[in-house]
Design a protein around this ligand. Structure first.
Ligand SMILES: Cc1cc2nc3c(=O)[nH]c(=O)nc-3n(C[C@H](O)[C@H](O)[C@H](O)COP(=O)(O)O)c2cc1C
Length: 401
């Protein structure tokens, strides 16, 4: 396992430690990685494009515009990368990154990137410990970026303390370890996983709908986790406030149960695993009023008709797919869940009971039990991200049988 064939985007900003990047680029290239370098305009005061492009074997970009009048697409650069490394990362560039101050090619590329971001800060002693730097590094970590801490030693100013950019070898090892751990955990590589998430909204008139409290969190956590394990994920979601920024996840937004059904069956033949975590409305208004319904009458009677049962249809049309359903029950939980497993021809069902505090729709946590036809497993109350891991571990254990 190595970084061979990986695409590494290095952004250099204007710090004295920029000279060390030559060694890092040479190391990456020697190990078979593809390296693309971009620089802030200030970085050009510290290293030359010529030396960097000679080592990286690619042109180096510092500006949105090339001399020949073409555009250096920050979006293409960002989407090309498997990882982005900002090294050295100056106090200025760090601040721009975390506050979205997008006034150069490096920051525009960073803000377009969907890949993991590594930051190797380098500053003089007092800059590094300044509260604004501390806060900005904390923010960067809260975005999920990896900060490779500066090391202690003699600084360019002559002061002694923390602030030296990590050695190229440390940076290289950090990135190599990241790729290795990714490869080790790629237990769903080559699999296509379809996940439904969120509520559906069933229109009453142009402004009103019947919906439910599903937040979509469980489905989005599952999508993220499946992607981390190397799966290609098709995430079909009703209206939610959740967002996802992951190049392995194809997000399809729908509104109603009928739209969800149609979307699911656009992909159904191509998937290996289907996980139906959406809270699909069982009924929809028979008629959708063309105009807003006026409050003229004392009573308003709505006629509702049954929506298509998406999961049941998936079960009926199952050929090779491994199907996982969710049951949210308030009474006779286990019996109802097992009944649903049989009736809908599922391979596995995840039960959450509204009787358990912290479980179900709106919480960030969930407490589940998993059933197959022959097995039952109970889990503690956990964050939905952790629950997603438990569910996928269980799916994987079943696939190995
Ligand atoms: C000789 C010299 C060395 C510098 N070293 C650093 C440094 O190590 N870290 C840092 O944050 N800023 C350093 N600066 C200041 C940055 O170059 C300055 O804040 C610049 O605006 C950074 O721009 P950039 O982040 O767009 O590259 C240094 C400036 C000079 C003149």
């Amino acid at each position: 396992m190595s970084i061979s064939g990986k695409k590494i985007l290095i952004a250099i900003s204007g710090g004295i430690a920029a000279y060390k990047i030559h060694f890092l680029i040479r190391d990456f290239v020697k190990k078979g990685a593809e390296v693309q370098v971009i620089m802030t305009p200030d970085a050009e005061q510290f290293v030359t494009k010529l030396s960097i492009s000679t080592l990286s074997k690619k042109p180096v970009y510092t500006d949105f515009y090339s001399d020949n009048g073409t555009w250096n697409s920050h979006v293409e650069l960002a989407l090309w990368a498997d990882v982005m490394l900002v090294a050295p990362c100056t106090a200025n560039t760090l601040s721009k990154m975390v506050h979205g101050m997008c006034d150069n090619l490096v920051i525009a590329t960073y803000m377009s990137a969907k890949c993991p971001v590594f930051i190797a800060p380098a500053m003089d002693l007092d800059m590094y410990v300044h509260p604004s730097t501390r806060k900005n590094l904390e923010m960067a970590e809260s975005f999920g970026h990896v900060v490779i801490p500066a090391e202690s030693g003699e600084l360019a100013s002559g002061l002694i303390g923390q602030g030296r950019m990590a050695e190229p070898e440390t940076i290289s090892n950090t990135i190599e370890n990241f790729f290795n751990s990714q490869q080790e955990a790629q237990t769903l590589r080559g699999k296509v996983v379809l996940i439904t998430a969120g509520p559906t909204y069933e229109a009453l008139d142009p402004v009103r709908f019947i919906g439910n409290h599903s937040s979509g969190k469980m489905g989005f956590s599952l999508a993220e986790e499946a992607s981390k394990r190397g799966a290609k994920v098709i995430l079909i979601s009703g209206p939610t406030a959740q967002t996802i920024n992951d190049k392995n996840v194809e997000l399809h937004k729908i509104t109603s149960a009928k739209e969800m059904l149609a979307k699911v069956f656009e992909f159904y033949d191509t998937i290996d695993i289907g996980i139906a975590s959406a809270a699909v409305a069982d009924y929809a208004p028979k008629e959708v009023a063309k105009e807003k319904i006026k409050k003229n009458d004392e009573n308003l009677t709505l006629e509702l008709v049954k929506n298509p049962d998406i999961l049941k249809t998936m079960g009926e049309k199952k050929t090779h797919q491994f199907l996982v359903g969710f049951a949210l029950e308030t009474q006779n939980e286990e019996e109802n869940a097992k009944g649903k497993l049989e009736k809908k021809n599922l391979d596995m069902i995840v039960l959450n009971s509204l009787r358990d505090e912290g479980a179900g729709f709106k919480n960030d946590t969930n407490k589940i039990k998993i059933f197959t036809r022959t097995e039952k497993k109970e889990f503690d109350l956990k964050s939905k991200d952790e629950v997603a891991k438990d569910i996928l571990n269980f799916v994987e254990s079943q696939l190995l049988k």
